[in-house]
Design a protein around this ligand. Structure first.
Ligand SMILES: C[S@@+](CC[C@H](N)C(=O)[O-])C[C@H]1O[C@@H](n2cnc3c(N)ncnc32)[C@H](O)[C@@H]1O
Length: 386
């Protein structure tokens, strides 16, 4: 796959790159106040740019680092690439950034000790973007997560998990029918599962357990349902290391199997608020391209439209059932259900509607004002005035 992969950036990769690029700006602006060195590690870097001239993740990341480095922030980038030929291109592409980035010709799985020692003193953002699933053994990744967390509280990960390929390879490993896989050019089975296919033991290592067997062999589940359940279970494993784990399905066409899932893990609430905004924007862009561009009206399906009535009802119920809470906490709870479906402005406006009274529902703010900030408490009953 590697020979073709870097000729031209794939259409759907723009969403992956958009998410990385967009998120890094507010993320770096926040973590620079932690007053610790910042390190961004691109574990599967590739050559840095594509033959069509577009930037790969190393250049996207290096440009962000440059912005902060020029403002005297202690920040560096570490780019790991195991293929010699690609590494040489990477080194060349990163030359203009050599004051604050380092490229290493290594397999990231053999670089654990160095990552560990770096993590002792730094805020770490890990980007893991392999070709498929073969290069994504959960046990080794979790070793990275564990060691970083042992030494440091600020670590985030953005990971490309090819969940459809996982199900495909798991069906091969279990010698089951592979029907339902949304195969496209370049997505041949061999490139995902290797010429020999993968054994059940190899699948256990990638999954971080054997939970996948029950899901993949369930006769009542469609391919798509298996893909969703595998993603859910994989994310649950990550919850042992990251308090909040969410995913964004990167799609080529609406309604088709995701090409892959971008899984994001963080231990900090601010991270999820920023990532919700980022992934919301990517989703809106995708829906606009699918259902609006070149048409007179936005023809997106009802299921993809915002339903402010339903949204307000859920926000109201969360406060009524959970008791008084800050607007920030309300957002965090609601985002479990509505991740990347509503943006910050939707949350603020809907809470404001509820504070004024909306469709028979009413919330109260401690200050009594309808325009509030994230720290203000909200309740379904009036606050006692002293
Ligand atoms: C999908 S490409 C990465 C593309 C890159 N993120 C970009 O946006 O330009 C995967 C790259 O990771 C490299 N790779 C795969 N497994 C690796 C490992 N264990 N350690 C280091 N590099 C690895 C591959 O050689 C390949 O260049």
């Amino acid at each position: 796959m590697s020979d073709d992969f870097f000729k031209q950036k794939r259409v759907w990769s723009k969403y992956k790159d958009f998410i990385l690029d967009y998120y890094l700006t507010p993320y770096l602006e926040k973590v620079k106040y932690l007053q610790k060195p910042i390190c961004i590690i691109d574990c599967c870097a590739g050559p840095g740019s594509f033959e069509d001239g577009s930037d790969g993740s190393p250049l996207i990341i290096a440009k962000h680092i440059q912005g902060l480095y020029n403002r005297h922030v202690n920040i560096k980038g570490l780019f790991l690439e195991k293929q010699k030929r690609l590494f040489s291109r990477l080194q060349k592409n990163l030359e203009p950034y050599s004051a604050f980035v380092e490229a290493k010709h290594v397999d990231f799985r053999n670089y654990l000790d160095d990552i560990r020692s770096m993590a002792r003193s730094s805020t770490v953002f890990l980007y893991v973007d392999p070709y498929g699933i073969k290069e994504l053994p959960f046990s080794e990744l979790s070793e990275i997560y564990r060691t970083i967390i042992e030494h440091n509280s600020s670590v985030e990960v953005l990971l490309n998990f090819n969940s459809a390929a996982f199900v495909r390879c798991a069906l091969v490993a279990l010698k089951m029918d592979r029907q339902g896989f949304d195969s496209e050019e370049g997505d041949d089975e061999e490139s995902f599962c290797g010429a020999e296919g993968m054994s059940t033991e190899q699948m256990d290592v990638i999954a971080g357990g054997s939970y996948w067997k029950e899901i993949v062999s369930a006769p009542e589940l469609t391919f798509l349902e298996k893909e969703e359940k595998i993603t859910e279970s994989y994310m649950k494993q990550m919850n042992d290391y990251f308090r909040i784990v969410r995913n964004y399905p990167v799609q080529h066409k609406y309604g088709r199997l995701p090409k892959y899932r971008l899984i994001y893990g963080t231990r900090h609430e601010d991270g999820i608020l920023l990532m919700n905004e980022t992934m919301y924007k990517a989703r809106e862009q995708f829906l606009k391209e699918e259902f609006f561009d070149g048409r007179l009206f936005d023809e997106r399906p009802l299921a993809e439209s915002k339903d402010i009535s339903l949204f307000a009802t859920r926000l109201f119920e969360i406060v009524r059932e959970g008791g008084p809470t800050s607007r920030r906490n309300l957002k965090l709870v609601a985002m479990k259900e509505f991740f990347c479906c509503y943006n910050n402005s939707d949350y603020s406006k809907t809470v404001e509607k509820l504070l004024k009274g909306f469709e028979g529902m009413k919330l109260y703010s401690r200050s009594g004002k309808p325009r509030i900030n994230d720290d203000e408490s909200l309740s379904a009953k009036p606050f006692k005035q002293h």
